[in-house]
Design a protein around this ligand. Structure first.
Ligand code: 7PJ
Length: 299
């Protein structure tokens, strides 16, 4: 590896400090387990809609090796119906409160609404996962700064309702990189500390199959932005397009995408299947961080 590349990678923080513990990304990839509390998400929608079931699901994710549990109350699949703030809060708050008692790992709230984020943080959430990267609610940046919590800035072309209508880029990697750079700047100018910022290319959000493949393939080019990279490819449509399978048949493809992302420099993988992803990523990490010429032992 070139010295320049080593230096740019070394500038990326390896620890994410939250109110409920530190996520360690040093020589290991962290896992964010997905817990959708929605009746209509594309994969797990409806399965865990009752609070007790959702809490049990979160406990399972933690036991399976998740480092973070990501709770979402609004489906953002292409064309999904928007949910009112009240409805979103009704869905997520009981689950956050219950899970906060039951697990010790950090909880992230998947929302682009500042009021939902605020109440979620008050209920015990630790991280704001904003798929709009601070664009959809002008109060979000100030809230994150004030609360001093980590934030995920994700790229999306358009809005969930329109994003898959006709995604177009002249250079997808460059445009995603420029967008993330601009949102990092906005976050910094709003008073968000650099060590609290995580970036995400937004797999499936306003992207064709080729766009998604290119972003995973060239993910390492986003490392020079200086922030940990989160990748969420789990059970998404691009895997279905390659394999011609429905969401419930996308586990193996998701593991392949997760491993590819790890070897391209991802710090955090967002996944539905935590137990399986943990195993795949542990092997990928062993390869990623292997040193020497292999002559040391025959283990
Ligand atoms: C992502 C997300 C992602 C981040 C969803 C699903 C679709 N947040 N929220 N990154 N995807 N940061 O449940 O897979 O890729 S919703």
């Amino acid at each position: 590896m070139s010295l320049q590349k080593t230096q740019s990678l070394n500038r990326i923080p390896k620890r994410l400090v939250t109110r409920h513990g530190t996520v360690v990304m040093e020589r290991r990839t962290a896992l964010m387990g997905v817990l959708n509390v929605t009746p209509d998400s594309f994969y797990d929608g409806g399965r865990r809609f009752a609070p007790e079931q959702a809490i049990a699901g979160g406990v399972e994710l933690a036991a399976a090796g998740a480092d973070i549990i990501d709770i979402g109350g609004e489906s953002t699949r292409p064309g999904a119906r928007a949910v009112s703030e009240e409805e979103e809060l009704e869905r997520v708050l009981p689950v956050i409160r219950g899970l906060r008692q039951a697990v010790s790992i950090p909880i992230s709230i998947d929302t682009y609404k500042a009021n939902v984020a605020r109440e979620a943080l008050d209920a015990g959430a630790d991280i704001v996962n904003d798929i709009s990267a601070l664009r959809f609610d002008s109060a979000m940046a100030a809230l994150v700064a004030e609360e001093k919590v980590p934030v995920v800035l994700m790229h999306m072309q358009g809005t969930p309702r329109t994003m898959q209508m006709d995604p177009y880029y002249s250079d997808v990697l460059l445009e995603v990189k420029n967008f993330l750079a601009a949102q990092i700047r906005l976050a910094r100018e709003s008073g968000i500390a650099p060590e609290k910022i995580i970036i995400d290319p937004g797999i499936g959000f306003g992207k064709t199959l080729q766009h998604n493949l290119c972003l995973v393939n060239r993910l390492s080019e986003l490392s020079s932005l200086g922030h940990p990279l989160l990748v969420g490819a789990s059970r998404k449509a691009f895997i279905g397009k390659i394999l011609n399978v429905t969401p419930d048949e996308r586990m193996e493809g998701s593991l392949a995408a997760a491993v590819a992302a790890v070897l391209s420099g991802a710090a955090i993988i967002r996944a539905h299947d935590v137990k399986e992803t943990r195993r795949a990523v542990t092997v990928a990490d062993a390869i990623r961080y292997a040193v020497g010429d292999g002559a040391e032992s025959h283990g």
